[in-house]
Design a protein around this ligand. Structure first.
Ligand code: C5P
Length: 269
């Protein structure tokens, strides 16, 4: 039987406002999320028992057993499958790699099995609900409220400096847990000026954990980005450029200057 394939795009938090904390410790978020045209690929085949094979340029160090969110997603779906996870995205990087992979497994399994996933996506991870939608959305609550929104297509350079930032430690480092939510999205035009006024509240505590994030943000600005910001809890940052050609040229230069960094141009929507 031919495998059913699904794309697992990188998730980018254009904004990430932390607006409160629940009694169980989880944080209330208000985030504008978009998806890139770069990502992982999952291939799913019905099987008699669970099997996970991790391939691709970023396979090293990725667990190929029940620790992997892909495996947990298939178990939550309730059918054994053989999964090939072709890794292109860096792990623990603030771009939802594991969550997007899990969402892609659910999509592929829905297509392969001809039934909807009736389980609890949020239980797999706070970013899994938005990754199931896989298009521009405003995410709130702790990640369970996902409303599709329209944003202009953006041309970005994504950079990960190869440092894994532990998400719980970044949240713990927040100076304030109660911050203003996002401003109302502009109806049309003036998107970049609006975006520049918004924040990623996790950027300051992530900078404490991984000061190299500051170097990444400076490198993006120096390369001509109109706006540069961290995604999620880091360490991946995005810079926004005028058009695809400008983003590709900046990505080439930045990769040459920093061969050890993961650098890619991407279209965000
Ligand atoms: O849900 P996920 O496994 O992606 O979350 C990783 C960690 O990030 C959680 O254990 C928690 O410490 C923190 N987190 C949070 N509030 C959220 C999402 C994540 O505090 N809304």
């Amino acid at each position: 039987m031919a495998p059913t394939e699904a794309f697992a795009p990188a998730k980018i938090n254009l904004t990430l406002h932390v607006t409160g904390q629940r009694a169980d410790g989880y944080h209330l978020l208000d985030s504008l999320v978009v998806f890139a045209d770069v990502g992982d690929v999952v291939r799913v085949t019905p099987a008699s028992e669970m099997l996970l094979q991790v391939t691709g340029p970023r396979a090293s160090g990725v667990p190929d057993d029940a620790r992997n969110l892909c495996w947990k997603a298939a178990e939550a779906f309730g059918a054994p499958v053989a999964i090939e996870l072709e890794k292109h995205l860096p792990a623990a990087a603030g771009i939802g790699g594991g969550s997007s992979d899990a969402a892609a497994v659910l999509r592929a399994m829905e297509a392969a099995m001809g039934r909807r996933f009736e389980g609890h996506a949020l239980a797999l991870g706070a970013d899994v609900p938005v990754c199931r939608l896989a298009r521009a959305a405003r995410m709130s609550g702790i990640g369970e409220i996902v409303e599709p929104v329209t944003v202009p297509v953006l041309h970005a350079v994504l950079i990960n400096p190869g440092v894994e930032v532990p998400t719980p430690a970044v949240f713990r480092g927040l100076a304030s847990k109660t911050n203003a939510p996002m401003d109302v999205l502009p109806e049309k035009g003036a998107f970049l000026p609006w975006l520049a006024e918004q924040r990623n509240d996790l950027e300051p505590p992530a900078l404490v954990q991984a000061p190299v994030i500051g170097d990444v943000l400076s490198a993006l600005s120096d390369a001509g980005a109109a706006l540069s910001r961290m995604s999620g809890s880091g360490a991946t940052c995005f810079g926004l450029f005028e058009d695809a050609a400008a983003a590709e040229q900046a990505a080439r230069r930045l990769q040459q200057a920093q061969p050890g960094w993961w650098v890619t141009a991407a279209r965000l929507s």
